[in-house]
Design a protein around this ligand. Sequence first.
Ligand code: SF4
Length: 335
Amino acid sequence: MKPFGYVRATTLQEATEAHAAHPGSRYLGGGTNLVDLMKLGVETPGTLVDISRLPLHAIEELPGGALRIGATARNTDVAAHPLVRARYPALAQALLAGASAQLRNVATTGGNLLQRTRCTYFQDVSKACNKREPGTGCAARDGIHRDHAVLGHSAHCIATHPSDLAVALAALDAGIELYGAGGATRTVAATDFHRLPGDHPEQDTVLRGGEIVTAVLVPAAAPGSVSLYRKARDRASYAFALASIAAVLDLDGDTGRIRRVALAFGGLAHRPWRATTAERALTGAEPTADAFREAAEAELAEARPLRDNAHKVVLARNLACDALGTLHARARRSP
Ligand code: SF4
């Protein structure tokens, strides 16, 4: 591993100032992805600015019922929190579907969102990769790409984003709270936080230089709404999604029709894929198996599978139908 400097920040201001003072530095949270990438030579920061001890670990209810999850809250603690379990099952299930128990004990909320693709060519410095080294090409396009994107990919990159948490947050209409140089703060919708690859796959997110994720804001859950997260993968645990879905369903108590639905796919694109076409088709509709399938197929009509990953489109459709059918049954049982 390349030698690097280390600075431990005790305030947000200290952190951004240290980042600015050390060009090419990286913020260190739990380190579960970054340190691995440093060992592989994929990430070579001159300095690590340790933000893991900033006071950003609280999980708190806000007036009005929204939830604020601090960026250094550990994945295990968020998944186990009573408010998360009671009101946002999709969030708890997404976290528990990710990594291993040991990793979840260390990994942070912010770090989970900022983890990088597990494309094997990205992690192998001997291979061409536009994300790791812009302009070098994409070895995955003609290589082994059964795990890669079917939606929103570009000629420059076909990687998927690996976070399960990000998918749940996209369906829950969460916001990502950021702190930047000079103390500037802003909140970005979770659906807008990660980018499609386009011409610049080296940019995973819309973060500006030196910005820190400080919290995730999850709006209050609508009374009676139900949610879940489902993930299809090659083995039952400690594996990334081939396809996944986070779904939220709210039925009209009088008509039984769908009042509101939110769907986000994981494992299909360079960012969580909010299924707005399917949502539009389902809003106000009768919640039937046919309606679920037709909406999922309408959404996935946009898919452009590669040579070896057309199975993902079928997986995603079936996950959507299963998730919506399950939520429909639960919603009917809810008081
Ligand atoms: Fe790199 Fe993206 Fe191609 Fe993977 S898919 S090799 S991350 S450019």
